[in-house]
Design a protein around this ligand. Structure first.
Ligand SMILES: Nc1ncnc2c1ncn2[C@@H]1O[C@H](COP(=O)(O)OP(=O)(O)OP(=O)(O)O)[C@@H](O)[C@H]1O
Length: 411
C-alpha cells in the first residue's frame, strides 16, 4: 500500500451530533459538526464511532477498526473516502470521513419505480465502482464487501465506496497458475475444517449432510494481515459471497468482480440472483445455479453473466483486472477519464447550501458523541428496546438490509 497521509486529531468534546447516519455491526456513524473549528456548522462530516466495549464482545472489532483506519489513511481516489481525522479515548475509537448526503445505493434503489435502475443509470454507477475497485486492487487491497449498502452517494452525485474493515492486502498473482477450484481428492478432504467440508458436500452431494454454514469465530485462527496471494477468510455478505469463498478454495481479487456481478443484477432486477429460503440454499445456489435472466439478452446481461462465472479463473477481470471490464461492450463509448467531470450524475443529493441548512435545523440536540452514548445507555437501562427503536434514524431502516456472514474468520 501507499504511504499514510497525515490526518487531523479530533476532540470528541467538540463534536456535536447532528444525527445518526447509520448503524453497522461494528459501529455507529454520525453526522457531526465541530463546534470549535467550524462554529457556523457549514462543514458537517461523518464520524464512525466504535465503542471499545465492542472490542470484547464483537469478534476482532479492535483489529478491524484499526485496520479500516489504516486503509482509509492511504486512499486518494475520487470514488473512495478520504480520512479527515481520527480520535481515540478510553471509551471510543473514531474516525471522520466526508459526509455523503445522497444515502446509499440500496436506499436509492428503493426510491425508484419498481425498485430497479435503468441501464444508463447502472452504466454510470457501475463505471465509477469499477474505477474504485481498480484503484483498490492496484494498491493490492481486495475489498470483499461490495454491496449496495456500501456504495454511498456524495454531495456531487458521484459514488464513494465505504466500509473497509473486511478488506485485506493480497500480493498480486505471480505467473504460477492458481490452484484449481475443483474438489480436493478424498484423502485430503478429512484434513479440512468444518466449513470446507460443508462446502464440498454442497458441491458434490447436495446439502443433506450439511450442518450450519455459520463459521464459529472462536474456532478460527486469528486473522493475519501478512501478504499472501490468496486469502482463506470466510467473509462477506451472504448473497454477495462468491463460489470460491463458499467452497473454501481460497480467493483473491476476483471475489470483488463476482460481487460486482451480483450488484449489477440487483440494480437491474431488484433482487439478487442466488437468494434462497435460507443460508444453506443461498450457498448451494451460489455454487451450482446459473443466474436467470428475464427478457431480452443485452450487453448488460452479458456483462453480468461474465462476472458471475463460477470459476474465478474464467471470470471477467481475473486475467487483466478492471481493464477487461472497462473494455466490455456495455461500456462502449464511455470516456473513463472524464467520469469525474460529469456534472449531472443520475441523482443529485441536496445542494451544499441545502445540506448546511438541513444540518443546522437538525442539530438541535447539542449533544456531543460521549453524551449521546451516555443517553443511549440510560435509555436502554430504563426502557426495553424494541427492534424499531434500535434502527431509528438509520437511512436503511426501511430497506431489506443484509449483514455480513461472519467477520475475519480464517482457516
Ligand atoms: N460518509 C457517510 N455519509 C453518509 N452515511 C454514511 C457514511 N458512512 C456510513 N454511512 C452510513 O452508515 C452505515 C454504516 O456504516 P458502515 O457500513 O461503515 O458501518 P459498519 O459498522 O462497518 O457496517 P457493517 O455492518 O456493514 O460492517 C452505512 O450503511 C451508511 O448508511
Amino acid at each position: 500500500m501507499e504511504e499514510k497521509k497525515k490526518t487531523a486529531e479530533l476532540d470528541l468534546e467538540n463534536l456535536i451530533v447532528v444525527k445518526v447516519l447509520g448503524k453497522g455491526a461494528m459501529g455507529t456513524v454520525f453526522l457531526v459538526i465541530d463546534r470549535v473549528n467550524d462554529p457556523s456548522g457549514r462543514c458537517p462530516f461523518a464520524l464512525k464511532v466504535v465503542e471499545k466495549s465492542n472490542f470484547h464482545t464483537k469478534f476482532d472489532a479492535d483489529r478491524r477498526a484499526r485496520w479500516e483506519v489504516s486503509v482509509l489513511a492511504r486512499l486518494s481516489d475520487p470514488f473512495l473516502p478520504t480520512l479527515l481525522g481520527t480520535l481515540e479515548t478510553d471509551e471510543f475509537l473514531a474516525w471522520a470521513i466526508p459526509y455523503c448526503p445522497g444515502g446509499d445505493l440500496n436506499v436509492l434503489r428503493y426510491r425508484q419505480t419498481d425498485r430497479i435502475f435503468s441501464p444508463s443509470v447502472i452504466r454510470f454507477y457501475v463505471a465509477e465502482i469499477v474505477c474504485a475497485l481498480e484503484y483498490l486492487h492496484r494498491m493490492n487491497v481486495v475489498y470483499r464487501d461490495l454491496k449496495p449498502e456500501n456504495v454511498l452517494i456524495q454531495q456531487s452525485g458521484h459514488v464513494t465506496l465505504t466500509d473497509f474493515d473486511l478488506s485485506r492486502i493480497l500480493t498480486p498473482r505471480t505467473s504460477k497458475p492458481p490452484e484449481p477450484t475443483i474438489p480436493v481428492p478424498e484423502n485430503r478432504r478429512k484434513h479440512r475444517r468444518n466449513l470446507t467440508r460443508l462446502m464440498l458436500v454442497v458441491t458434490e452431494k447436495g446439502l443433506k449432510k450439511a450442518k450450519s454454514a455459520r463459521v464459529s469465530p472462536v474456532s478460527r485462527r486469528r486473522p493475519s494481515f501478512s501478504n499472501g496471494e490468496r486469502s482463506n477468510s470466510f467473509v462477506g455478505t451472504e448473497e454477495y459471497v462468491s463460489p470460491e469463498v463458499v467452497r473454501g478454495d481460497g480467493h483473491e481479487f476476483a471475489v470483488d468482480w463476482w460481487a460486482l456481478g451480483i450488484l449489477i443484477y440487483e440494480m437491474m432486477y431488484g433482487e439478487t440472483p442466488f437468494r434462497g429460503k435460507n443460508r444453506k440454499e443461498t450457498f448451494r445456489n451460489v455454487v451450482m445455479k446459473p443466474p436467470e435472466f428475464i427478457g431480452k439478452r443485452t450487453a448488460l446481461t452479458d456483462l453480468i453473466e461474465r462476472l458471475l462465472e463460477k470459476d474465478p479463473t474464467k471470470r471477467l477481470g481475473y486475467k487483466k483486472g478492471a481493464v477487461e471490464i472497462k473494455e466490455h461492450e456495455f461500456f462502449r463509448g464511455l470516456k473513463w477519464d472524464l467520469l469525474t467531470e460529469v456534472s449531472r450524475p443520475p441523482f443529485l443529493a441536496l445542494t451544499e447550501e441545502e445540506t448546511v441548512k438541513e444540518t443546522l435545523l437538525t442539530a438541535s440536540t447539542g449533544m456531543n458523541v460521549r453524551e449521546y452514548f451516555k443517553n443511549l445507555r440510560q435509555q436502554a437501562a430504563s426502557i426495553p428496546q424494541t427492534p424499531s427503536q434500535s434502527t431509528l434514524n438509520s437511512p436503511s431502516s426501511d430497506c431489506h438490509c443484509r449483514r455480513n456472514v461472519s467477520s475475519f474468520t480464517e482457516f
